[in-house]
Ligand binder design. Structure first.
Ligand SMILES: Cc1cc2nc3c(=O)[nH]c(=O)nc-3n(C[C@H](O)[C@H](O)[C@H](O)COP(=O)(O)O)c2cc1C
Length: 203
């Protein structure tokens, strides 16, 4: 029987706030991932500078780490607040850095899912701009389930910003399951079945 190996998912939050609703949603996904057969890691963009072609070859440790994580990932979850009807410059910058990997090794043919936490529309407008960028990156963005979270209506604890809404928690788990399914469709990951012991035929 063929066994499916865990897939590696990299979560990237477009919010640089120390305590952020988008990061908190990613942390909830990370906490649920092991039982879904997913190795979930969250990238840090805190020390990744703005991409500048003049200094591209002089990458700092944070950028080198991000690019290694992107190469190693089978799939991505991008979480972004809506900033002025779009996604944030921090996330765009991370995608721009990733797009510079030779042969588009970070993104080419991989699956991605989107979540957003924000104001009235749950940050929804940010997601449609990420989808546009993903076309050029050759990422396959999961269509459904879409997840739009409100940063302000009790979905997150008011003080700690921990994700407390059970409905939101269920939505995030469902999306993670669907992301795994899409990723495995695009890039199957199976252990080689053990070679069957050949039957000896006596002459
Ligand atoms: C510069 C800026 C622009 C924003 N623009 C929007 C916007 O267009 N639509 C919206 O719903 N919220 C907007 N917001 C609110 C954020 O989406 C909201 O604060 C969100 O919770 C931040 O996510 P975080 O908790 O992960 O940092 C904006 C916030 C900032 C700082």
């Amino acid at each position: 029987m063929k066994m499916t190996l865990p897939i590696k998912v990299l979560g990237i939050s477009g919010s640089l706030r120390k305590i952020s609703t988008n990061m908190s949603a990613l942390e909830y996904m990370e906490s649920q991932a092991p039982k879904l057969g997913i190795d979930f890691e969250i990238a840090s963009l805190q020390d990744v500078p703005f991409f500048n072609p003049d200094t591209e070859d002089d990458k700092n440790d944070a950028t080198i780490k991000l690019l290694e994580q992107m190469k190693a990932a089978d799939a991505f979850v991008f979480a972004s607040p809506e900033y002025n009807y779009s996604f944030t410059p921090a996330l765009k910058n991370a995608l721009d850095w990733g797009s510079r990997l030779p042969g588009n090794e970070g993104f080419k043919g991989k699956a991605a899912s989107l979540i957003s936490a924000g104001g009235g529309f749950g940050g929804g407008r940010s997601q449609y701009h990420v989808r546009q960028v993903a076309v050029f990156l050759d990422l396959f963005v999961l269509n459904k389930p879409e997840v739009f979270l409100s940063s302000f209506d009790g979905t997150f604890d008011k003080e700690s910003l921990e994700l407390v809404s059970e409905h939101a928690q269920e939505s995030l788990v469902k999306q993670l399951e669907a992301l795994k399914e899409l990723s495995l469709k695009l890039n199957p990951k199976e252990e080689n079945p053990k070679e069957e012991t050949p039957i000896e035929i006596m002459a």
